[in-house]
Design a protein around this ligand. Structure first.
Ligand SMILES: NC(=O)c1ccc[n+]([C@@H]2O[C@H](COP(=O)([O-])OP(=O)(O)OC[C@H]3O[C@@H](n4cnc5c(N)ncnc54)[C@H](OP(=O)(O)O)[C@@H]3O)[C@@H](O)[C@H]2O)c1
Length: 353
């Protein structure tokens, strides 16, 4: 296939490019050439998806692709204009959306492949809704110009090598720092809580499989329910980094009471309560039936560390390219552990007696 990847130099787009090249496809990438280098083996076209003239230059000369893979669409009006320009130049359009596009996701454990998306017009601007609402508008914007030729991937939490969000990276760096003198690590909440975090490379493999098979329509893409738990995930991080930390599982109420922010201060932590944990509950039933396969989580963690370990160790929190912070500063973590010890003292003594 000839594939056009919008983005393609970072994380999810990079995973699509790598997988497509490995399968022998011809890949064109379209990005601004700003945030990361293009991968060897692609035809790299530089331009801004927000500029119609750049899109017209991309398709000039009657270019044609079997499929577009759009990994960096956030604003319906922008995505729609791109889809309009590309509509006569590609057979299919895979848009990487999000579970957040689904109404009720995060609050309703019954959300599934048939749940409706948020109401958002296909020409909405950047201020017309939050991330999830706008993703739903982007889905409509693509569908308007690629009616019957659209694949929508409603992704849950994604990680893996070159993750540009930084949540797994923050855990890996934190556990690596547990080497030597700092062996105790504050771990969040319930170690048995299931996480459906998915590797970007598995999304890419499934996407190319679907394009090959000319599949269309919406698919939730997330790992199966028994994929991993917080405990197994942090154990995999420790193993990958060659460390043996003492994980101090601190309960949710203590963390919330001490102002620790779920999801960012302790990456991927959400309090173990029904209104939160249904974020991990959404099943990828249709995708699994269509051939989605998720690699073992330990492989995701190991391969991510293999990329990171070549870089100088950063201070936490990590700031990513979207401005999100991940991880607790070392001093703040020490304060929290000291407060936890102080609170736990009498109980520990009681247990000892
Ligand atoms: N991470 C998660 O847990 C998660 C969960 C659900 C869904 N998702 C979805 O997965 C996708 C994330 O993919 P990602 O991390 O690979 O993408 P990303 O960070 O959104 O995009 C980065 C890529 O897009 C290019 N780009 C940025 N602005 C551009 C512009 N104006 N014109 C042309 N190219 C532009 C960048 O290159 P240049 O800077 O050089 O232009 C780079 O190649 C998003 O659609 C997100 O909504 C993520």
């Amino acid at each position: 296939m000839k594939i056009l990847v919008i983005g393609g130099s970072q994380f999810v787009g990079r995973a699509f490019v790598t997988e497509a090249l490995a399968r022998g496809h011809e890949v064109t990438t379209f990005n601004r050439g700003v945030s990361a280098a293009d991968l060897p083996g692609v035809e790299a076209v530089h331009g801004d998806r927000e500029v119609t003239a750049d899109l017209e230059r991309l398709v000039a000369g009657g270019r044609h692709w079997d499929a577009v893979v759009d990994t960096c669409g956030y604003v319906p009006r922008v995505v729609g204009e791109g889809a309009r320009v590309l509509s006569g130049h590609a057979d299919a359009y895979l848009y990487v959306s999000s579970l957040a596009a689904l109404r009720g996701w995060g609050a309703d454990p019954s959300v599934d492949d048939d749940s409706p998306a948020h109401d958002c017009p296909p020409d909405a601007g950047p201020d017309d809704g939050d991330y999830g609402v706008l993703k739903a508008g982007c889905e409509r914007a693509v569908t308007r110009h690629f009616e019957g030729r659209t694949l929508l991937f409603r992704a849950g939490v994604i990680t893996g090598p070159y993750d540009n969000v930084g949540q797994l990276d923050a855990w890996l760096w934190r556990l690596r720092a547990a080497e030597g003198g700092r062996r105790r690590v504050l771990a969040p909440g319930n170690p048995d809580l299931a996480m459906r975090v998915i590797d970007a490379r598995d999304i890419a493999a499934f996407g190319l499989h679907c394009l090959d098979a000319r599949r269309t329509g919406p698919y939730i893409v997330a790992a199966p329910e028994d994929h991993t738990t917080y405990g197994a995930w942090l154990a995999a991080c420790a193993e990958a980094t060659g460390t043996d930390p003492e994980l101090e599982w601190v309960d949710d109420d203590f963390l919330l009471g001490h102002g620790v922010t779920p999801w960012t201060d302790l990456p991927m932590w959400i309090p173990d309560a029904p209104e939160h944990t249904c974020m991990w509950a959404t099943p990828a039933t249709r995708a699994e039936a269509a051939g989605l396969v998720c690699r073992p989580p330990a492989e995701t963690v190991r391969d991510t560390w293999a990329v990171l370990r070549e870089r100088p160790a950063p201070e936490l929190p990590l700031a990513n390219t979207h401005g999100h912070l991940s991880g607790l500063a070392a001093g703040r973590e020490r304060e929290l552990l000291a407060a936890w010890d102080a609170r736990r003292g009498p109980d520990t003594a009681a247990r000892r007696t």
